[in-house]
Design a protein around this ligand. Structure first.
Ligand code: MG
Length: 402
């Protein structure tokens, strides 16, 4: 019997912080798992090093489901982003190993190919409507068939999703950046730039928008209704997701499709959203929702209720997660869309990946396993840097949802 012989946790910052788990079996097969939780990276690294690694050594790496159950139920303390990210890292690495042992790409182990490629959306942004329109044009020229549009709200500080320079990276060094927020200004302005995008470019591509948890349910209902003529692919995270019942109110008022779930970590966190058909797309990811094993369980539940997938895929997830996501997306019947931001060059010096972008889609490649390698020597050149995501404050100084 093959055994897990070694479990190593790497923390490095090639462009941004990533936590990576590498398992090595007694047969010399390695598997990679992403354990990155943006702004709380070391909590997951400690969870793995101090509490999980001692449980893995000498286990049979073939028993993915049993190891998942052992780590989830065996801890007694369940769910939550730190726990589920740690479990995900182990699970993802075990699928990578199983693929390599079988000589098959992971999507084959999940039932094989359901589609030729994985539709992705990119992030266009602007400091005003004119620069947003230029950015949308640029992404259309790059071949994207789906584009998320965000522009800075005038007089409301730094709005969500607006890039400064060539790279979007909200996590700041040292203490969190504090950014002012005005819901009133956003509700007045955001529909105008979404309409401007449709006026300029028409309806021949998918248009998405991320509200980023900043509205109350009735505000979100008003927003969704206001932009119905823009025919959005989705409005994302219209209201904080931990209150699943809030989405019923939004649903009663608008036909704009709703996507939610990037901060949610288990099937229990999306149960009512899915079974009561309060959303159209579930955005849970491999890395924050317990790995391929648990994400597949969420997606299968979603399929029963005509809810499609739309996994989070910003660059705060490592290329290991992106590859795992593309394998899952390739296989599941109810795939919707995959978020995609290309990683910076420093990241790709450390992670070599088979995932390829072509004509608006991602392709997983046919290497056995996930098709990603980790260069720990290259990673040594990029030590961990403490970073925090921003905090939003209303104009009266009180804390708002970022
Ligand atoms: Mg988002």
């Amino acid at each position: 019997m093959s055994k897990i012989e070694r479990a190593e946790v790497f923390v490095a910052s090639p462009g941004r912080n990533f936590v990576t788990l590498r398992l090595t079996t007694s047969d010399g097969v390695t598997g990679l798992g992403d354990a990155t939780l943006n702004g709380r990276e070391l909590a997951v690294a400690s969870y793995l090093r101090d509490h999980v690694v001692p449980l893995l050594v000498d286990r049979d790496p073939a028993n993915i489901e049993d190891i998942w159950q052992y780590l989830y139920r065996g801890a007694y303390w369940r769910r939550g982003p730190v726990t589920m990210t740690a479990v995900a890292a182990v699970d993802t690495a075990l699928w990578d190993i199983k693929g390599k042992v079988a000589g098959l790409p992971v999507y084959q182990l999940l039932g094989g190919r359901s589609r030729d490629g994985v539709l992705v959306y990119s992030h266009a942004s602007g400091t005003d409507t004119a620069s947003l329109l230029d950015d949308v044009a640029r992404f259309r020229d790059l071949g994207y068939k789906a584009i998320r549009a965000q522009a800075a709200v005038p007089d409301a500080g730094a709005s969500y999703g607006v890039r400064k320079g060539t790279v979007y990276e909200p996590a700041a060094h040292s203490l969190p950046d504090e950014q002012p927020w005005s819901t009133e200004a956003y509700l007045d302005f955001a529909p105008t730039y979404l309409e401007a995008v449709r006026d300029r470019f028409g309806f021949g591509f998918h248009l998405l928008h991320d509200v980023h948890h900043r509205l109350t349910p009735i505000e979100a209902a008003r927003f969704g209704k206001r932009v119905e003529d823009c025919r959005l692919f989705w409005m994302e995270d219209p209201t904080p997701a931990e209150n699943q019942e809030a989405f019923r109110l939004i649903r009663q008022h608008t036909t704009t499709p709703v996507a939610v779930g990037e901060t949610l970590s288990s099937i229990w966190d999306v149960q009512h959203l899915i079974t009561e058909q309060l959303i159209d797309y579930v955005r849970t990811t491999v890395v924050h929702a317990g790995g391929i094993t648990h994400l597949r369980r969420i997606f299968d539940l979603a399929a029963l209720y005509q809810v499609r997938t739309g996994s989070h895929g910003a660059t705060d997830l490592s290329p290991v997660t992106l590859a795992a996501a593309v394998h899952v997306d390739t296989a599941v019947p109810n795939f919707g869309i995959q978020e995609y931001m290309p990683h910076v060059a420093e990241t790709m010096e450390v992670f070599r990946s088979e995932v390829r972008f072509e004509d608006g889609m991602l392709h997983a490649g046919d290497e056995p396993g996930l098709g990603v390698e980790y260069d720990e020597k290259a990673a040594e050149r990029f030590p961990y840097e403490p970073r925090y995501l921003p905090v939003a404050r209303r104009l009266d100084g009180s804390v708002h949802d970022w």
